[in-house]
Design a protein around this ligand. Structure first.
Ligand code: ADP
Length: 493
């Protein structure tokens, strides 16, 4: 019982394992519905075969009676032979029925009987199938009883035919009207019985047909209900499975984001120590470090700075993904905020001899927004422009207010973004080919974060770019009457 599937051990399985179980379940359900469909088709085809078989039975019985009546009148042996031929049809069907009623039927004998009953060999399999599977189902049972009752009538016809034949083989002078009248009188009671039997058989045939008709309607209704039930069941199951899968994915995604968040927090503490000591050693006056040691230390400092940025990116991404990012709007001096961000890239701009122009609208009022978000957006846009603009290039920043919106434009004369890849630029971890060739050290998270942050501020971010000429990024944040004069409104930032 160790491997038995219970709800408890289902919970302990891995997600992959659960998906495998679900896939197997879906395959089983689909196989069942396919079998259900094939079974329904087979049952309906079998009923049709019985309707056909009954038609052949009735027709042969009528023809047998007609030929027997003709034989009584004409004494023509050919009519009698035809009677014998036609009567073989119900006899064949009877042979099949008797065989199938046995505990261990010989299917070859049953098959042979149905073929003698005039049935198409292609239908015989269906006839046997329905008889064996539905023998005791009400309609089929009643139809079979009617069929069995018909056997007595057929037996009677055979008996009457042999008596008529016995009379007819006696010599008769056809030119003697009296002898003919005597013969007719001898045959009359037998013919009377033939007509009665025929009429009894006709009513049995009608009964058989109507029972089969009612049966087929009943089975069709049942099968339709089963099919509807099955379809509804599959539909519901698919919905339940989809919900389970979606929940598992969401749980997994959440667990992953939580893991990244925890791991990043843990990594930040030792990195802060490394950064702090490296910075202290590098800025120490009268340092005893050799030029080589200083170079190595700045490499170490650069690397740990990059790692700090990466960790802060990962923290932003995980809190955005987890939906735990809380905005704290304050009165914000956007001009001061941009100046502070520019300080961070100042050294790099200088090293690369990049010409920076800032054009910030004078008397820009304080704006109510979360300054941490705008800082992250500006850091990403400016560090990108600095990274992707070659030495000697130009970067310009334009800040202003237009129709109750704060507008920021960051333009550069850098490598640009290839047109074919422009649609993917805000996707998590995406980097254009020319950027990867230029510098393989980055992650492709910056713009994803910047876009999410701008959206948190209810704004939009977009760009235009020409490869090898430059890129312009635009940010537009609504102010919705939030312009505040210094000192008023929420906390000052
Ligand atoms: P990263 O800079 O770490 O690669 P980002 O998400 O900040 O990731 O940017 C995604 C990609 O967008 C970059 O890899 C680069 O291909 C392109 N890109 C962003 N800003 C610029 C720019 N100013 N000039 C040229 N390409 C840019």
């Amino acid at each position: 019982m160790h491997n038995f599937l219970t709800i408890r051990n289902l919970k302990d399985r891995t997600v992959q394992n659960k998906f495998n179980i679900i896939i197997v379940l879906i395959i089983i359900i689909l196989l069942f519905s396919l079998l259900n469909f094939l079974f329904s088709m087979k049952v309906m085809a079998s009923i049709r075969s019985y309707v056909g078989g009954e038609g052949l039975w009735s027709k042969a019985q009528k023809e047998a009676v007609n030929n027997l009546v003709a034989y009584a009148d004409t004494q023509n042996q050919a009519d009698y032979t035809r009677f014998l031929t036609f009567i073989k049809v119900p006899l064949g069907d009877r042979q099949a029925r008797l065989e199938l009623d046995k505990a261990h039927p010989d299917l070859a004998v049953a098959r042979q009987g149905f073929i003698e009953g005039g049935n198409d060999p292609a239908d015989v399999g269906n006839l046997i199938f329905l008889y064996q599977k539905f023998r005791h189902v009400s309609y089929m049972d009643s139809a079979i009883r009617t069929w069995t009752a018909g056997d007595a009538g057929i037996q009677q016809l055979i008996g009457l035919a042999s008596q008529i034949h016995a009379i007819n083989v006696m010599p008769l002078n056809h030119k003697d009207p009296q002898a003919k009248a005597v013969r007719a009188a001898q045959l009359a009671p037998y013919l009377e019985q033939v007509y009665t039997t025929d009429s009894n058989l006709t009513s049995l045939e009608n009964k058989f047909s109507s029972t089969l008709g009612a049966g087929s309607r009943g089975i069709a209704t049942t099968l339709t209900r089963v099919t509807i039930l099955w379809t509804v069941l599959i539909g519901l199951l698919t919905i339940v499975i989809s919900i389970l899968i979606a929940r598992a994915i969401i749980r997994l995604d959440k667990a992953k984001s939580e893991f990244i968040s925890t791991a990043s927090h843990q990594l930040r503490t030792p990195l802060t120590v490394i950064n702090w000591y490296a910075e202290t050693l590098l800025t120490q006056k009268h340092s005893k470090l050799t030029a080589n040691q200083r170079k190595q230390l700045s490499e170490l400092y650069g690397g740990s700075q990059r790692m700090t940025h990466l960790i802060s990116d990962l923290l932003s991404v995980s809190s955005l993904d987890l939906g735990t990012f809380k905005t704290e709007p304050k009165n914000t001096d956007v001009a001061a905020l941009i100046q502070a961000v520019l300080k961070d890239v100042e050294i790099q701009l200088e090293q690369k001899h990049i010409d920076l122009t800032t054009n910030i609208e004078p008397n820009l009022p304080k704006i109510v927004l979360d300054p941490r978000l705008l800082t992250v957006v500006m850091q990403n846009l400016l560090s990108n422009s600095t990274k992707y603009t070659p030495s000697g290039g130009k970067i310009s920043i334009l800040v202003g207010i237009k129709r109750q919106h704060l507008i920021i434009k960051v333009a550069d004369t850098g490598i640009g973004i290839p047109e074919a890849q422009q649609s993917q630029i805000f996707t998590k971890l995406f980097r254009a080919d020319n950027a990867k060739r230029l510098d393989s050290n980055h992650t492709g998270l910056g713009l994803y974060i910047a876009k999410a942050m701008v959206e948190q501020l209810d704004g939009n971010i977009w760009f235009d770019s020409i490869e090898n000429q430059g890129t312009n990024f635009y940010v537009r944040i609504p102010m919705d009457g939030q312009i505040s004069t210094a000192g008023k409104g929420p906390k000052d930032g």
